[in-house]
Design a protein around this ligand. Structure first.
Ligand SMILES: [Zn+2]
Length: 598
């Protein structure tokens, strides 16, 4: 990568750290003209290849795949240009118009290209295997063969088209009703500077406040505000679950988790084994909750104490954060820190919080032949350094994978996507623990690491169990009312918190505002999977040292060119072994012991 000029700004809050999108497109006009051109190209592709699959040879298929890759890459660059522009200035009219144009063109693109995937699925197995195994198609082999796993569950082109046309009213309408209710919900709340309207997320932010009374009042107020809406929110969920179960019947899925497993390329046995292993380790959580009560001088934690801060981190400006990332990644591999440095040097980070910019953080892969970009809202906190590490971890994955994979195989599935980001956080955490002198910062980092693991591994398992029971009840003909959902929710949470945390009765409604249940079923177990896999990988790194690094870089470069099992095996993580999750829990145990020491 290029040698980076050191950013000389020592201004707080990442002032002026905006990205430069010109490598993607130069102006709105440039983007729209090129969009039209690429749609034309997609239509020409359709004209040329529709109906060709049955008699296609390996060479011709390789040519078609290369053409398709170029189309996807160009669309990726243009859609990212629009999406990234909008994310830093959401209200801007020109940005919104461009986004609407992109949405329209994406539908057209989908309509033009849909035939290709469907014709590929319609080929008989012998012919498809022969083509996919031809040397010309070696780099797309996994993509081609794994796409066919959906074949038994895919309907005729016309039926698929009808379902797609009907989805906005049958599916998205419930999702947007949920979104409207939860995002517009506002309730007056006094956090200390007088009463102000609070949204759900603003109320939830107070659960990390050092003031116990404030934490308690914020949660009580949240549940009180949700109460009048729970029957509508339950109805949205009930309708979506009912629709998904109907789709399962039409497509021939036998079990509500099956479509998710299929998409994640994971066997049901692996996932069930993982969830049971997590539940066997709830004792680790109870141990920490009791220790935390002691650190906070409380007899016992109540639900609103769960995320109470331990210690207080010192502040970190953006220039220091850059240095910390560089050192953390550099300790692991200079190649990795060079990739991260490229984001800073080539202005592919937008870090300054400002009006009109969206919240949170993400890394956009953009396209296989372009470089990724990342967005965050840097506020001089140690937490922001971890966010930076996380998103750059995604960036590393995209960059290494793009160097060796085609546009079709450079993305991994959901299950593996969070592995490099979590790994990058662990690298940064280890570096900070080795170098940070400030005791309060160390305590805070440790507690946050432990609780971050809990929020991912334990809590997301609770969420998956809750979903399993909701789908089971619905498929037996039971309507998912708010009371029924509350009862399931409370029982599943009781298993996790045990007698180490007191839950208030109001927490029964905790299910009601969680967006994952509404957007994608059983999405949450992928977080558990990625986190435990990463902890297991990190244990390998600890054990193998230097020898692990080239294997890990190979893994990043492999992108989505193989199944999770195939990708992880060379790194010493065997998903078919029942013991595969043990090192993850040992890492958690080790971390809790450090944090307990305060
Ligand atoms: Zn992530």
């Amino acid at each position: 990568m290029s040698t980076a000029p050191v950013i000389d700004t020592t201004e707080p809050r990442a002032e002026g750290v905006h990205w430069d999108l010109t490598p993607l497109a130069t102006t709105t006009e440039d983007a729209t003209t090129r969009l039209e051109a690429v749609i034309k190209r997609a239509k020409a592709f359709e004209k040329r290849y529709r109906g060709a699959m049955e008699t296609i040879g390996a060479g011709e298929l390789a040519g078609a795949m290369a053409e398709l890759a170029e189309i996807h890459n160009e669309v990726g660059r243009l859609a990212s240009y629009s999406g990234l522009r909008e994310s830093t200035d959401v209200a801007n009219e020109e940005n919104r118009d461009l986004a609407a144009t992109v949405d329209r063109q994406m539908v057209e693109l989908g309509n033009a290209l849909r035939f290709f995937d469907l014709e590929w699925l319609e080929l008989d197995d012998a012919k498809a295997n022969e083509l996919a195994n031809a040397p010309e198609l070696a780099r797309d082999r996994h993509h081609l063969l794994s796409a066919r796993r959906f074949a038994p569950y895919t309907l005729e082109e016309n039926e698929e088209r009808m379902l797609a046309e009907r989805a906005p009213a049958a599916v998205s309408a419930w999702q947007s009703l949920f979104e409207q209710v939860t995002s517009t919900l506002e309730t007056p709340f006094d956090a200390g500077d007088g009463e102000e309207p609070h949204t759900i997320s603003r109320l939830l932010a107070h659960v990390r406040d050092p003031n116990r009374d404030l934490r308690k009042r914020a949660l009580d107020t949240l549940y009180e505000a949700l109460e009048p809406h729970t029957s509508v929110l339950a109805h949205c969920y009930d309708s979506l679950v009912g629709d998904r179960l109907a789709m399962d019947r039409l497509r021939g899925h036998e079990e509500p988790m099956a479509p998710t497993h299929l998409r994640n390329e994971l066997d049901d046995e692996v996932v069930q084994g993982m969830m049971s292993a997590v539940e066997r380790h709830y004792g680790l959580a109870h141990r920490w909750f009791r220790a935390k009560a002691g650190l906070l001088s409380l007899d016992k934690l109540e639900l609103h104490d769960q995320y109470a801060p331990i210690g207080e981190s010192r502040s970190v400006d953006f220039a220091e954060a850059r240095g910390l990332i560089n050192a953390s990644f550099g300790r692991f591999s200079p190649e990795v820190s060079a990739v991260a440095e490229g984001f800073f040097a080539e202005r592919r980070i937008d870090a300054e919080p400002r009006a009109g910019k969206r919240g949170g953080a993400f890394c956009a892969s953009v396209a296989q032949d372009a470089s990724p970009f990342m967005l965050m809202n840097f506020t001089d906190r140690m937490d922001d350094v971890m966010t930076l590490a996380h998103e750059l971890g995604h960036g590393m994955h995209f960059t290494f994978s793009a160097q060796q994979q085609t546009a079709h195989s450079f993305h991994t599935g959901i299950a593996m996507a969070e592995v490099p980001s979590t790994f990058a956080e662990l690298l940064t955490f280890d570096h900070l623990m080795a170098t940070e002198d400030d005791q309060q910062t160390r305590r805070s980092l440790l507690a946050e690491r432990v609780e971050g693991s809990f929020a991912t591994v334990f809590r997301q398992t609770v969420l998956s169990r809750y979903e399993q029971r909701a789908y089971a009840a619905r498929s037996e003909g039971t309507t998912l009312t708010d009371d029924r959902l509350s009862a399931i929710w409370f029982e599943e949470n009781e298993k996790y918190y045990g007698d180490a945390v007191d839950m208030t009765d109001r927490y029964r409604m905790g299910w009601s505002y969680i967006p994952h249940f509404i957007s994608t079923r059983f999405y949450t177990y992928a977080y558990v999977f990625a986190h435990l896999v990463t902890l297991a990988l990190y244990a390998q790194y600890r054990a193998q040292g230097e020898a692990f690094v080239p294997k890990y870089l190979e893994f990043l470069s492999a992108g989505g060119s193989a199944t999770p099992q195939e990708l992880l095996l060379p790194l010493g993580v065997d998903l078919s072994s029942p013991q595969v999750w043990d090192p993850g829990f040992e890492e958690m145990d080790r971390m809790i012991a450090l944090a307990e020491a305060g």
